[in-house]
Design a protein around this ligand. Structure first.
Ligand code: CU
Length: 490
């Protein structure tokens, strides 16, 4: 538990005032003598140990780093089909990276060069997209910037990771089918030097997969047009590739949850019954300041970081709440997502308070910024409608912009259902939703759009010219026409 050491050194730095007060509180009840030694000597070391084996049931393995250089991470990634027991008692031919579901976690530090030696052993061509990472256009993994990687072929991705945060990787060719079959993994970029410990990390990759009764993978085009139009939600909901896994926790000992929604279409919304949750990060790293939340919604492609400091209470099942992306009056019964087991141990203590300011996020100077509208829409008869952007339903829409400028995009949704907007290669800030600024400044690359709402985002473009996609991240919708390009020109 790497961060205990940091907590100790931080506690030491903080001086003795708060610790003396804490010691005094204890002294009143228990240990009158400890104050006699003067400030410093009476300090009780923090007890911030997680329960033994707390994350054994769902810890994801990191990809091996094959480069000894401290600032280079070299990962070997191989896409292949393997039989895995996802549903107990059934074997399923899952499409995987390195035989794992999800794929191995790629872990680097901000500023590192990441080299991914990729090989395709799937029965069809693929690419790898680095979702949320500000990489050069040629490394973005879309067919506009890269030749599809055919079966038996390889490709070497190489880029510097300029931002800390929780990202992920997945194919961008037949992405709905390939992601739905199991191709996704987390990509964590840590701060070069973290100032404050924010809890032991628990990475949670939420997804689903369609598994038939005999264990075979459901067809990627199930239900035909209905599947395309409504977005395919797999029969089996997974957290880190597992059904209803358990994480253990101990009152007073904080956990930092990095959550990724890697589903092709499903929205995830959840709360932890009896436990307070504080959102500390989003798509692009830490928020400006902590934001207490009742529940969390993650649209496909989106990430959140949560600070979970358990209070004493009962073990609970964390329910999956209805995100109601169809805006239907009837709310489905909550399903189950995972279990939180609160161990019966004396509470830990000494967790430093969350800093009031988590990150410096400068506001974007929008003076003189050019505006562009982006409207998600649909066309055609019920039962056969196609989806599109700005009136184009064949993916042919191309907006242009200039490098090193700021643009304000006004996102609207003229359909009846929610659609998550995703822009490749660049992070943006939300200026306002229906004129109301968000409570906390944050970086996004994926954000929900709700019918009838107007969302204004500010995008600072840098010098990475090229063709960048933007699309609905319900991947079936992207295939059905909610797909467009941004041509960023010098
Ligand atoms: Cu959509």
């Amino acid at each position: 538990m790497r961060w205990i050491g940091r907590a100790l050194s931080r506690a030491g730095r903080k001086g003795c005032v708060s610790w003396a007060r804490r010691a005094a509180e204890i002294a009143v009840f228990l240990l009158p003598v400890i104050l006699l030694g003067g400030c410093g000597d009476e300090e009780e070391p923090p007890d911030l140990r997680q329960p033994a084996g707390w994350d054994d049931a769902l810890r994801l393995p990191d990809a091996e780093d094959h480069d000894p250089a401290p600032d280079v991470v070299e990962v070997h990634l191989e896409a292949r089909v393997v039989a895995l027991e996802v549903v107990p008692g059934l074997m399923t031919e899952v499409w995987t990276y390195n035989g794992m579901l999800p794929g191995p976690t790629i872990r680097a530090r901000r500023g590192d060069r990441v080299v991914v030696k990729f090989e395709n052993h799937l029965p069809e061509a693929t690419t790898v997209h680095w979702h949320g990472l500000r990489v050069p256009a040629a490394m973005d993994g879309t067919e506009h910037m890269q030749k599809p990687i055919e079966p038996g072929e390889g490709f070497e991705y190489s880029f510097i990771v300029p931002d800390a945060g929780t990202f992920w990787y997945h194919p961008h060719l037949r992405s709905s089918a390939q992601v739905g079959a199991g191709l996704y993994g987390a990509f964590v970029v840590e701060e070069a030097a973290e100032e404050a410990p924010l809890g032991d990390e628990l990475l949670l990759v939420m997804s689903d997969i369609d598994i038939e009764e005999d264990g075979s993978l459901g067809p990627s085009d199930s239900s035909g047009w209905f599947g395309d139009y409504f977005g395919r939600e797999g029969s089996t909901v997974l957290v880190n590739g597992k059904i209803l896994p358990t994480v253990a926790a101990r009152a007073g000992v904080p956990q930092r949850w990095r959550v990724v929604n890697a589903a092709r279409a499903r929205y995830f919304r959840f709360a932890v019954p009896g436990q307070p949750l504080v959102q500390i990060g989003g798509d692009g790293g830490l928020l400006e300041s902590p934001l207490p939340v009742d529940d969390v919604t993650l649209v496909p492609g989106e990430r959140a970081e949560l600070y979970m400091l358990p209070v004493e209470g009962e073990s609970v099942v964390i329910p999956r709440l209805d995100a109601n992306r169809f805006h239907l009056p009837k709310v489905e019964e909550p399903g189950d997502l995972m279990r939180l087991e609160l161990v019966d141990e004396p509470p830990g203590h000494g967790a430093p308070p969350l800093p009031a300011r988590l990150a410096e996020i400068a506001s974007i100077d929008t003076a003189g910024a050019r505006g562009q509208p982006v409207e998600f829409m649909e066309q055609g008869d019920p039962g056969g409608a196609v989806l599109g952007i700005n009136g184009q339903t064949d993916g042919s829409l191309t907006l242009s912009a200039q490098t090193n400028t700021v643009e304000i995009w006004t996102l609207t949704n003229a359909t009846n259902y929610d659609h998550p907007f995703h822009l490749h290669g660049f992070s943006f800030q939300v200026l306002d939703i229906d004129g109301v600024a968000p409570p906390v400044r944050a970086w996004h690359d994926t954000i929900n759009t709700v019918p009838g709402e107007t969302l204004r985002i500010a995008i600072p473009f840098d010098d990475r010219a090229g063709m960048w996609m933007f699309h609905c991240h319900i991947l079936d919708h992207a295939d059905l026409g909610m797909m467009a390009m941004l041509h960023l020109m010098p």
